[in-house]
Design a protein around this ligand. Structure first.
Ligand code: 13P
Length: 231
């Protein structure tokens, strides 16, 4: 199965910075990624740059797909400030990252709200990458039907590892996956939290992919990380 390398840019980068990132993406690495189908690379940028990134990715035939960092729990309509799945049509968005701990914590997103968002994504056949940790995975899983559960990918993002530079040991991630398997027996399971070029191989050995924040923001750190996936 293909390994997923998902870059979550969070609320970083404007139009110019996003263009700079793609225009300077090394041609040689792009070619290697195109030839090696054992991984998929996705970037979840802020919404305003999706359209331009889609154009540049197409123009340069970059082996990068687009994702979003959230999705409205409602469909299109009178929901001020929301971005619904319908609004993302024609932007080439393949995946929605849902339930990130930053949204659960800062925006008080509940597991119920997140399960509504998951439903909206599944209606339009958008892939879902659900983020969970020790404190919410059981509650979150119980709010989904078995069919819904079977259709999503799950990322384990331990709070203490996010943005701290202190990734979990791969062994501890594997132990948590054993608990996740009770609810997500066949799903692709990813790890996120201070993944960098020097530890990505450890995590790819025990998971179906990684969710990357800080190290995906600059080519200086993202390129070596991708090179190490290809080893
Ligand atoms: P860092 O890679 O910066 O720790 O962020 C992880 C994360 O939250 C990805 O969604």
């Amino acid at each position: 199965m293909q390994k997923l390398i998902v870059a979550n840019w969070k609320a970083n980068k404007n139009l110019v910075a996003s263009e700079h990132f793609l225009n300077n993406f090394p041609k040689e690495l792009a070619e290697k990624l195109r030839q090696n189908s054992s991984q998929r690379v996705l970037i979840a940028p802020p919404y305003p740059v999706l359209g331009q990134m889609q154009r540049l990715i197409k123009h340069q035939a970059l082996p990068i797909e687009l994702a979003v960092q959230d999705l409205s729990a409602f469909g299109a309509g009178a929901f001020t400030g929301e971005v619904a799945a319908e609004n993302l049509e024609f932007l080439g968005v393949k995946m929605a990252i849902l339930g990130h701990s930053e949204r659960r914590r800062l925006l008080k997103e509940s597991s119920q709200l997140i399960s509504d968002k998951i439903r909206q994504a599944l209606i339009v056949d958008m892939e879902v990458l659900l983020c969970v940790d020790e404190d919410n995975f059981i509650e979150q899983a119980k709010l989904l039907t078995s069919t819904e559960r079977s259709l999503i990918k799950v990322a384990y993002e331990p709070l203490k590892a996010i943005g701290s530079g202190q990734a979990l040991q791969a062994e501890a991630v594997g132990q948590f996956f054993t608990q996740l398997r009770a609810f997500f027996p066949e799903n692709q399971l990813l790890y996120g939290g201070s993944v960098k070029a020097n530890n990505i191989q450890d995590f790819l050995k025990i998971s179906d992919g990684v969710l990357i924040g800080g190290a995906s923001l600059q080519l200086e750190t993202f390129v070596p990380l991708l090179q190490n996936c290809l080893l």
